[in-house]
Design a binder for this molecule. Sequence first.
Ligand code: NAD
Ligand code: TYD
Length: 343
Amino acid sequence: MQLLVTGGMGFIGSNFIHYWLKNHPADTIINFDNLTYAANPASLQDCSHNPRYHFVKGDIVDEVAVDQVMSGTDVVVHFAAESHVDRSIDNPTLFVRTNVLGTYVLLSAALKHSVKRFHHISTDEVFGSVNRLDPQDFFRENRPYNPTSPYAASKASSDHFVRSFFKTFGLPVTISNCSNNYGPFQNPEKFIPRMITNVLNNQKIPVYGQGDNIRDWLYVEDHCSAIDTILNKGKVGETYCIGGLKDGSTNLNLVKTVLQVMGKNIDQINYVPDRPGHDDYRVDWTKINQQLGWTPKHTLEEGIKATIQWYQQNSDWWTNSKKEAELFYQKLNNYQHTSYEKK
Ligand code: NAD
Ligand code: TYD
C-alpha cells in the first residue's frame, strides 16, 4: 500500500511515519511537506536511506504539485496544518490558507485519483469549550461545533469540507478529533516541551492565567496507534474522538507533574496574562474504544517521563526551534501589551 502523509516533517506526522514504517513493513510512504518553521527534517533523518520512505517538498495549496504527488496513492493521512493557537491569534490568514484551502485542494485531488481512504487529522478544539464546573461535560462525536480561536475555526471548516466530500461526492473519508498530543519531536512553542526546555535552560515556566484551564493529554505514540486502528477498522464517513485521559487535567496539575519528575518545585512557575478566548477541553473516547477496540497505553506520568528523557537527550534537535519559539512569544507579548494599552 502507498500512503501519502502530508505534514510528515512536523511533530505528529514524523512520529506517525516512524510508527508506520516499523509496523507495516510492506508499505511505502510519501511525505509531502513544505517545511514551514514547524518542520524539522532532523526528525526523520534516520529514514532518509529507507527505500520505503520518500520526501517531496511541496505546498498543499499548490494544485499542480498535489495532483502529481497524489498519483498512485492508496491512502492519504492528512496532518499538514498551521497548528499553534497563539500563532493563529497573531496571524489568522495563514491558517485559512493552509488549513481550509489546503485541505480542499487535497480532497479534490484525492477524488480525482480515486484514493481508497482519506483520513483527516483534526482537533478537539473544534467543539469550543466544556463547562469546567461540570465534571460530566465531555466532547463527544455528536457535539455541535463551536470553535473559539482562529486555529479551531480553520480546523472546523476543514472538517466540514471533508464531510461534504463524503456526502456529496462519495470520497471515502474518516476524521479523528484528538486532544493535545505530547512526546518526542514536538516544537518547544507548545506547552509541554516549552516547560521541559525552560527547566533545562534554568528558566521559569510561564503559566497562562491561574493555570486552571483543562486539557486532555494524549501520548503521541498512542495517537499513532489510534490512527492505525481507524485506517484498519474504522467505518468510512465516521468521526472518532481520541483522548489519552479518563478526565481532563488542569494545566497546574500538569506543571506539577513535570516539575516533580524533573526534581523542581513550584517556585519555577511564572503566572503570566491569560490567552484571549482561552477555553477548556475534556474528551470522551468511548466510541473508538468500544467500536474499534483502541485504548491508550501510556499514563500521563509514563508519557511525561519518556518525553522529559527525550528532551534531555536531544538538545541538538530543539536548540534552534527553542530560540525561534521564544522570539515569537516575545513578539506576541509586545503585541498583546500594545493592544491592551489601546483599549
Ligand atoms: P506541526 O505544526 O508540528 O507540523 C505541521 C507540519 O505541516 C509541518 O511539518 C509543516 O511544515 C507542515 N505544513 C504546514 N503548512 C503546510 C503546507 N501549506 N503544505 C505542506 N505542509 C505544510 O503540527 P502537529 O502538532 O504535528 O499537528 C499535526 C496535525 O494534527 C494538524 O493537522 C493539527 O491540527 C492536528 N492536531 C494536533 C494536535 C497537537 O497537540 N499537536 C492536537 C490535535 C490535532
Ligand atoms: P498549547 O500547547 O499551546 O496547546 P493548545 O492551546 O492547542 O491546547 O497550550 C496548552 C495549554 O497550556 C493551554 O491551556 C495554554 C497553556 N499554556 C501555558 O499556560 N503556558 C504556555 O507557555 C503555553 C505555550 C501554553
